[in-house]
Design a protein around this ligand. Structure first.
Ligand SMILES: CC/C=C\C=C\CC(=O)SCCNC(=O)CCNC(=O)[C@H](O)C(C)(C)COP(=O)(O)OP(=O)(O)OC[C@H]1O[C@@H](n2cnc3c(N)ncnc32)[C@H](O)[C@@H]1OP(=O)(O)O
Length: 748
C-alpha cells in the first residue's frame, strides 16, 4: 500500500527502536540489576557507562512512575563506583514526548520535574542525553539538564507547552535562553515550533548529530568525557547572553504575541518568563517561571487546549450509527487516484495527493484550463518542496483532458463545480467508465451524498470529502458517509486523509454536514443583529475579541458574498416568502447591487480597489441599513458585545447539540476539532461544545430560552432537546454527553 507522505519514517523508527537493544547486546551489557518499576531500565554498558532507558510507550512521557524510576536509577548510577558516566535514552526510538499530559487533569502526584532535573544537572558524573525521535517539552527540559546532548539526524526537538496553554515549567524558559540565546529561545518558546536535529545543532541546542546508532554515539561521548570538569556544562550556571537590543527584542516579541495570540495568555507568560531569564539570576528566574506556570496550569485556557490536543487524536477512532468502526474496518489499498475538475479545490487536492506519494490522474475537460492548472499545480509543488527540502513530486501527476483516463484508477475524487446537476452527470459517467470497485469520492461543502450515490451502480463506494481551502494547506477534512457508504469506503477515505497529513473527521450526511450546518444559524444571527441596529464593525469586533481570526462580515467579504447567494438561490430561499420563519435578505440585496466583497472592492465594508484587502467602514452601507430598517419597520436599538456573542455563538452551539442528537457527529470532540481547524474558532476556547461546557449548560439553555421568547420567529434559537436533557441530567462533563445521547433515559 502506498501510504504516507514520509514513506521511510516507519522503517526509520523501527531501525532506531532496536538500536538500544542491539547496542546493549553488542557491547555485552550487564542488566542483572533488573527493571525498576517497569518504566525505566538500567544497564551498564562498555564497562563504565550507566545506561538508563525510559520505557513508557507510546512516547515515553514523564509520568509519576517514570520520574521516580529516573531518580532511583540516577542515584544508583551515582552510587556505583564502576560507573563513570551516564547515558539517558528512550525506548522504541523516542527519547521523550514530555510530561504526561493526562496527569494534568488530576492532582499531580510523584516527584516533581524541577528538582529532578536540577539534581541531574548537579550530578558529579557526566550525563549524556541520547536523543532519538522526539525530545519535546519536559523531554527536552530533561535533556537540557544533561551535560551533553547527542541527537539522531531525524529527531524533532521543541518546547510545545505553549500549544497546551502552558510554558516550559521545568526550567526550559531559564535554560534554553542561556544555551541558544534570547532571540531563538523567544521564538521557540512562544511558538512551540519543533526544530530538526540539523537546526538544533546550528542553534547549539545539541552537541552532536549522528545518522547512525545514537546510543552508541552517546556512549562513546560519555566514555570520552568521564572524569572531566562539568563546570561549563551545567547550563544553569551559565550567564544568559544579553544582546544590546534586548529591550527592543522583548517589546517586539510581546507585541507580536499579543497580536497573534487572539487572547491566549500562555504566549504572553512565555515572553515574561524568558525576560526573567535575561534579567535575573537562575534561581530567581526559576521562581518567576514557577509563578507564571502556576497561573497557567489551572487556567480554563490550558484545559481547553489540552482537551483539543486529545480531541484531535480521538477523532481518528471514528464510528457511525450503523455500527461501522475504525478498529473493525480495514481500508483498501490505494495506489492511483484521479481528480476530476482542476479549479481551486481540485488543484489543491491534486497537490496534497501527490505530496502524499500517490499517483494522480488530473482531469480537466478544456485543454487551456488543463494547461493553466498544470502550471499552477507545478508551482505549488515546487514551492512546497523547497520548504520541505525535498524534490517536488511533479512526476506523480499525469494530466488529461479525457475522462476516460480514469478507467484504471483505484479511487476518484470529483472536484467539479458545486452544483448537484453537474455532479450527478459526472457521477453517472464515472460509474460507467471506472473499473469495478473504484471508490467514488466527491469534494462538496454540503450537497447530498445519497443523491449522488444513487447515480452510480455501487452506492456503497461513494463517500463525501469536504476539503477546506486551500486544500493542500488546511489540516481539516470532513469525511461524509452516506446511508449506503460501506465501512471500507469510509476507512479508506479516513486513511487517504491521514496520508495527506490531514485530521479527518467522519460525519453523517445532512445539508452542510457539521461545519456549514452550524454556520447557518450563526450567520443568520449576525444578519438579524444588523437589522436590529448593529453594524458589521460592531459584530466583527465582538467576535474578533472573542478570538476568531476574522469576524463574520470580514470573512464573508473575503470568501465572497456571491457564493452563499448562489446556494440560497438554488434552494429558492431568495425568491420564497418567509412567513413563519425570519429570513434576512440583506446579503441578497448587497449581491443584487454587485457588492460581492473584496473581489469587487465593496461588500459589508469598502476596499481601496477590487481585490483590496484592508476593510474600511462604509458610510454607504450604514445609510443603506438605516433605510432598510425604516422600510421594514425595524427600530434600531443599542446592541452590545455580549448580545452579539450570545446570539451568534449560542445559536451555533444549539445547532451543535442538534447535530449530536441526530448522530451526525459521534461526539462533541468531532464538532470541536472541525470548528478549531476549519472555522478559526479560537483554540484556547477548546471548540464550541467545550466552550458550552465552560460557560455552563444551564446558562446556555437559559439564554437561548430568553432570546427565543423575544424572537419566536427564529427556530434556531429554540433550545434543542438534547441540551434540555443534559441540563436535566445534572449537566454531566463533556466526555459523558455521549451516554445521554445513546441512552435518553440515562441518569449517568
Ligand atoms: C508542573 C509541570 C511541569 C512540567 C511540565 C512540562 C510540560 C510538558 O512536557 S507538556 C507536554 C509537552 N509535550 C508535548 O506537547 C508533546 C505532545 N505529543 C506530540 O506532539 C505527539 O504526540 C508526538 C510526541 C510528536 C508523537 O506524535 P505521533 O507519533 O503522531 O503520535 P500521536 O498520535 O500524537 O500520539 C500517540 C499517543 O500518545 C499520546 N501522547 C503523546 N504525547 C503525550 C504526552 N506528552 N502525554 C500523554 N500522552 C501523550 C497521544 O495522546 C496518543 O494517544 P491517544 O490515545 O491516541 O490520544
Amino acid at each position: 500500500m502506498i501510504f504516507g507522505r514520509y514513506p521511510s519514517r516507519d522503517k526509520q523508527d523501527k531501525a532506531i527502536a532496536v538500536s538500544a537493544k542491539k547496542f546493549r547486546s553488542a557491547v555485552g551489557s550487564d542488566t542483572s540489576n533488573g527493571l525498576f518499576g517497569n518504566m525505566a531500565l538500567y544497564s551498564r554498558v562498555s564497562g563504565s557507562v550507566g545506561l538508563i532507558t525510559l520505557q513508557n510507550p507510546p512516547v515515553n512521557a514523564l509520568s509519576a512512575v517514570v520520574r521516580q524510576s529516573l531518580i532511583d536509577l540516577m542515584d544508583r548510577a551515582l552510587s556505583e563506583p564502576e560507573v563513570k558516566s551516564v547515558v539517558i535514552c528512550g525506548q522504541n526510538g523516542k527519547f521523550c514526548g514530555g510530561a504526561d499530559i493526562k496527569e494534568f487533569r488530576s492532582d499531580m502526584t510523584g516527584p516533581p520535574l524541577v528538582p529532578m532535573i536540577d539534581r541531574l544537572e548537579l550530578s558529579s558524573k557526566p550525563v549524556v542525553a541520547a536523543i532519538e525521535g522526539v525530545a519535546l517539552g519536559g523531554g527536552l527540559e530533561l535533556a537540557l539538564g544533561c551535560h551533553y546532548r547527542v541527537a539522531h539526524s531525524k529527531t524533532r526537538l521543541g518546547l510545545p507547552e505553549v500549544t497546551l496553554g502552558l510554558l516550559p515549567g521545568a526550567g526550559g524558559t531559564q535554560r534554553l535562553p542561556r544555551l541558544v540565546g534570547i532571540p531563538a529561545a523567544l521564538e521557540l518558546i512562544t511558538t512551540g515550533r519543533h526544530v530538526t536535529a540539523a537546526e538544533a545543532l546550528q542553534l547549539g541546542l545539541v552537541d552532536f548529530v549522528t545518522d547512525h546508532n545514537t546510543i552508541e554515539a552517546a556512549v562513546k561521548l560519555a566514555l570520552s568525557v568521564a572524569g572531566k570538569s562539568l563546570d561549563s556544562r551545567r547550563i544553569s550556571t551559565c550567564k544568559c547572553p544579553r544582546p544590546p537590543y534586548a529591550d527592543a527584542l522583548f517589546e517586539e516579541a510581546m507585541q507580536r504575541v499579543r497580536r497573534s495570540a487572539r487572547g491566549a495568555i500562555a504566549p504572553v507568560a512565555c515572553v515574561q518568563a524568558v525576560h526573567a531569564a535575561a534579567t535575573l539570576p537562575f534561581a530567581r528566574g526559576m521562581e518567576q517561571e514557577k509563578q507564571l506556570m502556576a497561573t497557567l496550569f489551572t487556567s480554563g485556557q490550558a484545559r481547553a487546549l489540552q482537551y483539543q490536543f486529545f480531541a484531535q487524536r480521538a477523532v481518528s477512532r471514528w464510528s457511525t450509527p450503523s455500527g461501522a468502526r475504525w478498529d473493525t474496518s480495514k481500508p483498501r489499498p490505494v495506489h492511483k487516484v484521479a481528480v476530476i475538475g482542476l479549479g481551486t479545490m481540485g488543484r489543491g487536492i491534486t497537490v496534497a495527493l501527490a505530496q502524499a506519494g500517490l499517483s494522480v490522474v488530473a482531469v480537466e475537460t478544456h485543454e487551456k484550463q488543463l494547461m493553466e492548472a498544470k502550471r499552477v499545480v507545478s508551482g505549488m509543488l515546487e514551492r512546497g518542496a523547497k520548504r520541505l527540502g525535498a524534490p517536488p513530486a511533479l512526476d506523480k501527476i499525469n494530466y488529461s483532458c479525457e475522462i476516460q483516463a480514469v478507467a484504471d484508477v483505484d479511487l476518484v475524487i470529483e472536484a467539479v463545480f458545486e452544483d448537484m446537476v453537474v455532479k450527478k452527470t459526472v457521477f453517472r459517467q464515472l460509474s460507467a467508465i471506472c473499473k469495478p470497485g473504484t471508490f467514488l469520492f466527491t469534494n462538496t461543502s454540503g450537497l447530498d451524498i445519497d443523491e449522488l450515490a444513487a447515480q452510480t451502480r455501487n452506492p456503497e463506494l461513494v463517500v463525501g470529502m469536504h476539503f477546506f481551502a486551500p486544500a493542500h494547506v488546511m489540516k481539516l477534512l470532513e469525511v461524509v458517509y452516506g446511508r449506503r457508504s460501506s465501512s471500507q469506503a469510509v476507512a479508506t477515505a479516513m486513511k487517504i486523509g491521514k496520508n495527506m497529513d490531514k485530521i479527518s473527521v467522519a460525519v453523517g450526511n445532512c445539508s452542510g454536514f457539521v461545519g456549514n450546518r452550524m454556520l447557518r444559524p450563526y450567520l443568520d444571527q449576525a444578519f438579524f443583529l444588523l437589522e436590529e441596529g448593529a453594524t458589521p464593525e460592531l459584530v466583527d469586533q465582538a467576535l474578533e475579541e472573542f478570538g476568531f481570526a476574522m469576524g463574520v462580515f470580514r470573512m464573508s467579504d473575503l470568501s465572497g458574498l456571491d457564493i452563499g447567494w448562489k446556494v440560497r438561490k438554488a434552494k429558492e430561499m431568495v425568491s420564497k416568502t418567509h412567513q413563519d420563519c425570519r429570513y434576512s435578505p440583506l446579503g441578497d440585496l448587497l449581491c443584487e447591487r454587485g457588492r460581492f466583497g473584496q473581489k469587487t472592492g465593496r461588500g459589508w465594508y469598502q476596499y481601496d480597489k477590487p481585490g483590496g484587502r484592508v476593510a474600511k467602514p462604509d458610510p454607504w452601507l450604514h445609510s443603506f441599513l438605516e433605510k432598510y430598517r425604516a422600510q421594514r419597520g425595524f427600530v434600531a436599538r443599542r446592541i452590545d458585545h455580549q448580545e452579539v456573542l450570545e446570539r451568534c455563538l449560542y445559536a451555533l452551539i444549539n445547532e451543535g447539540f442538534r447535530i449530536l442528537e441526530d448522530r451526525i457527529a459521534s461526539g462533541p470532540e468531532d464538532i470541536d476539532v472541525i470548528y478549531v481547524l476549519g472555522y478559526s474558532w479560537p483554540r484556547h476556547r477548546g471548540g464550541p461544545m467545550f466552550y458550552a461546557q465552560m460557560v455552563g449548560l444551564s446558562r446556555i439553555l437559559e439564554k437561548l430560552e430568553y432570546y427565543h421568547q423575544l424572537h419566536l420567529d427564529i427556530p434556531s434559537l429554540q433550545p434543542c432537546s438534547l441540551l434540555r436533557k443534559l441540563v436535566a441530567n445534572g449537566r454531566p462533563p463533556i466526555h459523558k454527553w455521549v451516554e445521554v445521547i445513546k441512552n435518553p433515559h440515562s441518569h449517568l
